[in-house]
Ligand binder design. Structure first.
Ligand code: HEM
Length: 520
């Protein structure tokens, strides 16, 4: 027997068939709104189809703090797949044992890193395996040499004495507001150019001159940040059409190539005239001449790629660290007083042996003066723990492996390591993990405590840690000692200081301060 449908039901069925796309869309929207309201306060949500992309987008303006929240609330190791149109295959970890294992095993940076950072070419920052090994050996040799170390310390001290202190004295007289982060960025650019090429571009002077190479490297870093977060097909398409950030990148690249070529030619000219320098490019040129393997190709391209690698790695890192350090000083005056007390002892000790130069005001310390200062070192390490200038790094996976916490790594995956989160985990640093407390670095005998060093990753770890670490400490201590001893830094009232979501932990709006001369 055939059942007759009620005419109203019949009509409803008819309409539903007719408008089924709209019905599906409405149901989809209801599910999305319902899921959103259910998960709105969750730190990470894996959506159907879109996976973790909406959570990343929602937190993009505070990405570094989000990495800490993720670790604290979701877990130390998280795997994300990304949406179907932009697959990620990402393993995010801030488990210190995993990070140690990854560093020790020396996972490669991988093909994707090379592609994103193509502007650096075959420089140390980009290459893996035997090319990296050979370049790292060369870099280690240079950075360990006594001549290079004393040259680097001397040139940095000169920049501090001849450029930084006169500029700050002038600013103090005018009692004008300055962006201290910008001043430090200029200082490290001058100092790194001296160390690398033996030339001072004099970016740090009272008229705050424009420098096209410094600007081009900033533009390049901005575009590289975009490339790291956008699906590769997107930025490649932009590059193909030469639009958006990629257009800026092409311009920046031209300036970088031109400027580095001219530095290299000047250096070769110096060598031709018999003027031997202690800078890095001189030592690279000598290496090229002595080594005939294809690991050190002849020609300027190799020098350019390495020059840019070191400029890129050394230009903003120490300056950013200095900016965060001085901000912390404005909030922790007792720490500042302890450092000044340490410096006063050195000053007193030096009085007996001071030559005329050291009697000068403002007073400038030498790298040698600052070597054994425990509290200064502890305060700087503590600042780097909370504000690591390189907040994250990543490695590629080329063969299957298992991390110490049991996570399986598959070829093609990317491992993201957050140094920012590693410095702020309660499980690693204890309940006071968010407090700025240099004392945690000092043992009961007043010596540096070696324990925190084992969980300290701002310079990464293992064979591929920062090759410029000692140089960076020397630079930063020279600047800190000179500024703290001679000047009082006051944060401009109402300034909100927060990190910028970028590859280097810059401050979102710089560090606006007033400077006063310190009365002895
Ligand atoms: C506070 C200052 C600095 C910090 C926190 C820092 C941090 C780091 C980190 C985390 C890495 C590993 C990056 C990665 O593998 O993705 C690195 C690598 C590197 N850094 Fe530094 N850096 C600093 C200063 C410098 C300076 C002043 C130089 C040299 C002028 C320098 C040269 C390099 C180079 C060449 C590498 C690549 C090493 C390699 O791949 O073997 N860094 N740095």
């Amino acid at each position: 027997m055939i059942m007759e449908l009620h005419p109203a039901l019949h009509m409803l069925g008819y309409y539903l068939i007719k408008i089924w796309p709209e019905v599906c869309l409405a149901v989809f929207c209801i599910i999305i709104i319902w899921s959103y309201s259910k998960h709105r306060n969750e730190v990470l949500v894996f959506w159907p189809i879109l996976d973790c992309l909406p959570s990343i987008l929602k937190n993009r303006h505070r990405i570094h703090d989000w990495t800490v929240e993720l670790a604290n609330s979701v877990g130390n190791t998280i795997i994300g797949k990304g949406p179907f149109f932009a697959p990620l295959r990402l393993v995010y970890t801030c488990d210190s044992l995993n990070v140690e294992y990854i560093a020790k095993t020396n996972f490669p940076k991988g093909a994707e890193h090379y592609e994103i950072m193509d502007v650096i070419g075959n420089g140390i920052f980009n290459v893996d395996y035997q090319h990296w090994q050979a370049q790292r050996k060369m870099a280690n040799k240079t950075f360990m040499s006594k001549e290079f170390r004393s040259y680097a310390a001397k040139t940095t001290r000169e920049v501090v004495e001849d450029s930084l202190l006169p500029l700050l004295s002038q600013v103090a007289i005018q009692s004008s507001v300055v962006d201290l982060e910008d001043i430090f960025l200029r200082l490290t650019f001058d100092s790194v150019c001296m160390v690398l090429f033996g030339r001072n571009p004099n970016c740090l002077s009272i008229d705050f001159p424009y420098n096209e190479l410094a600007r081009a490297i900033d533009d390049m870093a901005e575009v590289l940040t975009y490339r790291h977060v956008l699906p590769s097909s997107w930025w490649k398409l932009c590059r193909w059409f030469m639009i958006g950030p990629e257009k800026k990148f092409i311009e920046a690249r031209k300036i970088i190539d031109r400027s580095l070529e001219s530095y290299i030619l000047m250096k070769k000219d110096d060598l031709h005239k018999g003027e031997q320098g202690n800078d890095m490019i001189t030592s690279f040129i000598q290496h090229q001449e002595m080594d005939n393997s294809d690991l050190f190709p002849k020609g300027n391209a190799f020098l350019r790629d390495n020059g840019l690698s070191f400029l890129f790695a050394g230009k903003d890192s120490s300056s950013t660290a200095l900016a965060w350090f001085f901000w912390l000083m404005t909030r922790n005056r007792s720490v500042e007083a302890n450092i000044i007390e340490e410096l006063c002892h050195v000053r007193e000790k030096n009085k007996d042996t001071d030559d005329g130069l050291k009697e000068k005001i403002p007073y400038v310390f030498t790298a040698e003066d600052l070597k054994g200062l425990v509290y200064l070192h502890a305060s700087l390490c503590e600042s780097l723990r909370l504000y690591p200038p390189v907040p994250a790094t990543y490695r590629g996976v080329e063969k299957e492996d298992v991390l110490p916490d049991g996570t399986t790594l598959k070829p093609g995956m990317k491992i993201l390591i957050s140094m920012y989160a590693l410095g702020r985990m309660e499980s690693i640093w204890g309940k006071d993990c968010l407090e700025y407390r240099p004392e945690r670095w000092i043992d009961e005998n007043g010596k540096l405590n070696p324990v925190p060093l084992t969980k300290f990753f701002p310079f990464f770890a293992g064979p591929r840690n920062c090759v410029g670490k000692d140089l960076a400490f020397t630079q930063m201590k020279l600047v800190i000692a000179a500024v703290l001893f001679n000047f009082h830094v006051e944060l401009l009232e109402g300034e909100v200081i927060r990190p910028k979501p970028s590859m280097v932990l810059h401050m979102q709006n710089g560090l606006k301060v007033r400077i006063k001369k310190r009365i002895a």
